[in-house]
Write a protein that binds this ligand. Structure first.
Ligand code: AMP
Length: 439
């Protein structure tokens, strides 16, 4: 219950109006410590309810600790204009019974108008790092009064090359009492670690149990495939025969995303392709087309799909298996929003099997094995499985013909077969072990 949090009554009224009944897991975990003034480092995906998890405590504290003469008191940084707009909407919904105001500072909008809006001193500024830095450089933006700094989708922001801008903005928020809340969808890499060390003070780390984030209404299936060409035929079949409103197809590389875009377009399926090389205009266009229903299939890489929140996305297809359990959860989170039903299908070649099986173990579930009869291939999974579910490989015994390097009277120990000599049971090439978060 939200009332357990002792939130300001105007916020509880808004939550009631919005029909928010129960906090989501990330809200349950983050609202309390954020109200206590703790810095937070939270791993949570878009769609988990993370916006409310930071907006509600900030609004509560702005209402209960007013500073009438101050400039902006909260700064929320996001990687893209579209996410900033969504966050503004969310802030306005929660603040609808208060006098608190929020301003949007993103690229692609009038610079002068933004400068004028900032002179009106909204309590909350929501924006993208590049444009905020421009205002900082022209002297139009002062951040001395910022008591609440939020870095949302921090991993994506850094992926997009904003780390220097983010650090500069954080340094400009000089208030001693500053509270910083950092949210990312993944555990991130070295750049994220550096930023965390720089901006957070003894943060409470909330790594939500990713398995708990999986919506039970989403059916998760695998279909085995012989090779990439077979996967392409399966994909075309699925997009033509499944019942869905909108679908997203994930690939691990840009090249594969572009290739699939071509393959699907050639078979008269209207698709939009998004990957790291596409710019903001493409993203916006993709979102518009999907929302209007002009396009119902999006082919995307993980980076491009971060933060996408498309209503009615009820089919996710992993053309390539994601490289980690977390990434899997994140992809599947594109469907079945707000408890709606959805289907997630992963296409599994022999090279994907062990990764798929690690993800199953990580999530403590077994994907449904599905066969598309008209396109049934030869590969149906490894002939022999280890207890872990991975492919069992048989080591061929080989008589060692080499002489020992040093002459000893004892007989030489047989050499351990090298990886290239391990042949899998089904006669396929050796399975290369990919490292996943699950391991
Ligand atoms: P977010 O992960 O913040 O992008 O939220 C995803 C969607 O879930 C948004 O449309 C929110 O308004 C909605 N939402 C967030 N928290 C709740 C809740 N506790 N109850 C119902 N809907 C929620």
């Amino acid at each position: 219950m939200f009332s357990d949090f002792d939130l300001h009554e105007r916020l509880l009224k808004a939550l009631d109006t919005l029909k928010f009944k129960k906090p989501t897991p990330v809200q349950e975990a983050a609202i309390g410590p954020a109200l206590d003034g703790r810095d937070l480092r939270v791993t949570a995906r878009t769609g988990s309810g993370k916006t409310a998890a930071f907006v509600l405590p900030i609004l509560h504290r702005l209402l209960s600790e007013p500073k009438p003469q101050a400039g902006a008191r909260a700064l929320i940084l996001l990687p893209t204009r579209e996410l900033a707009q969504q966050t503004l909407k969310e802030v306005e919904r929660f603040a609808q019974f208060t006098f608190l105001k929020a301003g949007l500072i993103t690229g692609g909008e009038g610079f002068k108008e933004q400068a004028a809006a900032m002179r009106k001193n909204p309590e909350i500024l929501i924006g993208t790092p590049g444009r905020l830095i421009e205002h900082l450089n022209t002297g139009g933006l002062e951040l001395d009064d910022v008591d609440f700094l939020v870095l949302d989708e921090a991993d994506r922001m850094l992926d997009m090359g904003f780390s220097e801008d983010v650090l500069k903005l954080a340094d400009a928020c000089t208030s001693e009492s500053r509270q910083t809340l950092l949210f990312s969808a993944t555990s991130g890499g070295n750049t994220l670690r550096t930023v965390i060390e720089h901006v957070l003070r003894e943060p409470e780390v909330l790594m939500l149990d990713r398995t708990g984030e999986l919506n039970e209404a989403v059916t998760q299936q695998i279909i085995t495939a012989d090779d990439v060409a077979h996967k392409e035929r399966l994909l075309q079949w699925l997009l033509a025969h499944e019942t869905y409103r909108k679908a997203i197809v994930f690939t691990n590389t840009r090249v594969q995303a572009d290739r699939l875009g071509g393959v699907l377009t050639a078979s008269n399926i209207k698709v939009f392709v998004l990957h790291g090389e596409k710019d903001q205009k493409d993203r916006k266009l993709a979102m518009e087309r999907l929302k209007q229903g002009a396009v119902s299939v999006l082919v995307a890489t993980d980076v491009a799909a971060r933060g996408l929140d498309v209503e009615g996305m009820d089919l996710v297809i992993n053309f390539d298996m994601p490289r980690s359990g977390d990434e899997y959860v994140h992809r599947i989170g594109r469907t079945g929003r707000a408890g709606e039903a959805g289907v997630a299908i992963s296409l599994i070649c022999h090279t994907d099997w062990n990764l798929m099986s690690s993800i199953e173990r990580y999530l403590k579930l077994r994907f449904e094995r599905r066969v598309v009869q008209p396109l049934k291939g030869t590969y149906q999974g490894p002939k022999k499985l280890k207890a872990s579910g991975k492919a069992a490989s048989t080591k061929k015994k080989k008589t060692d013909t080499k002489k020992p390097a040093t002459k000893t009277k004892t007989s030489p120990r047989p050499k351990r077969p090298s990886a290239s000599k391990i042949v899998s049971q089904d006669g396929m090439a050796p399975l290369k072990r990919k490292k996943t978060d699950a391991e």
